[in-house]
Design a protein around this ligand. Structure first.
Ligand code: FAD
Length: 421
């Protein structure tokens, strides 16, 4: 595989760009594999990559019903952060952020990770006190947490509505190491990396059934024939309940909801950070892409669905939040908006766990925050599948935590819209 580096760019620049290899192959499915991962989104691809890289397992297929990265991987607003307080999330997401910091080098693929700071606006002394508790705790894991007063915020982010806001801004909680990355590049980088280790990424291959014998999965039935597997991992995000139904294991504590995202026409540099506004039921987050488009989103659509398209009331809701916090956006034209299907868990936290079926493993429940989790999710899911036991960092990311009363996230906002602001 040709490496991406300055020498090869120069060499190919003067020799007609003929020396590049395909980024990944388009293999025919084999009869069986040691491990089959269902879903070539970010989590499935990262899992395959770390299974190969960290655990030396090469006989792996990632099967995908559409094209790789065409699900939520290609539809999110790309915010990366690790601003959590409770130990379960704090250690997991901090590990993820550390992996993000070296990801372009690790994959030899520029994922355009930009640590431009994540700014949560504060609107009341009570919110500031809660943020102080959370951000001071974060400092224990060296996350780069800060609290900004109003003067600092005005200096760093001058265009917010400081004079006439419905919810006056009094300061901000800031994680300076947070930021964003290019979602497609992350999917492509992991796909290319996994392919280099010999992983078969099989697109246009929908899993339609799961064969079981003696309490074990023996094969997945797909639109391209049956594929045998010694171990199977589900990483299908919003489609998890559909796959779960195929193994007849009852109900999962997951609902599928839609989340929309929006991008404006390109503007000159306006916003150098990720800004989040959440108060009184409003939920809004915004950043500016390298092309200049304002990328933003808000709350979940207000009903469950597997359809990858959103509704107009949310467009209005998000537009109201946008103009209330950044009035200068009032005349900006919307270029596109779209939706993805979110696997919302009941406590807002994910699952990386074994299942009642011995050789079936589950990666799901990412809610609207799974992009930032990608590297750690792949890392720990690979470790779980390879060693058949959870790392202590993810020991509570299992289906039994509800009966044990475990609290992973201090807010624990599950699938209800308007609880996320
Ligand atoms: C609008 C929006 C904004 C978001 N913003 C952020 C953000 O700013 N920060 C953040 O951290 N997270 C964000 N997220 C969440 C994040 O995108 C998801 O949590 C994450 O992408 C989910 O993991 P994934 O990439 O593996 O899922 P997906 O990319 O959805 O991958 C699952 C794959 O499984 C495939 N599949 C499904 N069923 C089958 C089957 N039967 N057979 C074979 N393949 C199948 C699908 O086609 C899909 O490609 C956002 C999501 C959306 C929709």
């Amino acid at each position: 595989m040709t490496r991406y580096n300055a020498w090869n760019v120069l060499k190919n620049g003067i020799t007609g760009q003929k020396g590049w290899d395909r980024a990944w192959r388009d293999p025919q499915p084999k009869d069986s594999y040691e491990i089959v991962i269902v879903g070539a989104g970010l989590h499935g691809l990262a899992t395959a990559f770390y299974l190969a890289k960290n655990h030396g397992i090469r006989n792996i297929a990632v099967v995908e019903k559409g094209w790789l990265g065409g699900g939520n991987a290609g539809r999110n607003t790309t915010i990366v952060r690790s601003n959590y307080m409770m130990p379960g999330n704090r250690f997991f997401y901090e590990h993820s952020l550390k992996l993000w910091e070296n990801l372009s080098h690790e994959l030899n693929f520029n994922v355009m990770f930009s640590q431009r700071a994540h700014i949560s606006l504060l609107h009341s002394p009570a919110a500031r006190d809660a943020a102080a508790r959370r951000y001071n705790t974060m400092r224990l894991t060296d996350t780069g947490a800060e609290l900004w007063d109003l003067e600092t915020l005005k200096r760093e982010v001058p265009h917010l509505n400081y004079d006439n806001a419905r919810f006056p801004i009094i300061g901000a909680a800031v994680q300076s190491r947070a930021g964003s990355a290019r979602h497609d590049a992350v999917a492509w980088g992991y796909a290319r990396g996994a392919d280099q280790y010999g992983v078969d990424i099989i697109q246009n291959c929908e899993v339609t059934g799961v064969r079981r014998e003696n309490g074990r999965v023996t094969a997945v039935e797909t639109t391209r024939g049956d594929i045998g597997a010694a171990k199977v991992g589900f990483a299908v995000a919003g489609n998890t309940s559909r796959l779960w139904r195929m193994v007849e294991l009852g109900k999962l504590p997951i609902e599928t909801h839609k989340l929309q995202a929006f991008v404006s026409e390109p503007l000159k540099p306006l916003l150098d950070q990720v800004v989040v506004f959440g108060v009184g039921g409003a939920h809004f987050y915004i950043s500016q892409s390298d092309k200049g488009g304002m990328v933003f989103g808000g709350d979940l659509d207000w009903y469950k669905s597997y359809a990858q398209r959103g509704n107009l009331p949310i467009v209005q809701d998000v537009a109201e939040a946008a103009t209330s916090i950044l009035p200068c956006l009032g005349r900006v034209r919307l270029l596109r908006h779209w939706s993805g299907v979110m696997d919302m868990s009941m406590d807002g936290s994910p699952f990386i766990c074994k299942t009642p079926v011995e050789n079936l493993y589950l990666n799901a429940g990412w809610n609207y925050g799974g992009f930032k989790a990608t590297p750690a999710s792949g890392w720990y899911f690979a470790d779980l599948i390879a060693n058949d036991r959870p790392d202590p960092v993810i020991e509570n990311f299992d289906l039994g935590r509800f009966s044990r009363g475990v609290n992973i996230d201090e807010r624990g906002a599950g699938p209800d819209p308007k609880l996320h602001g």
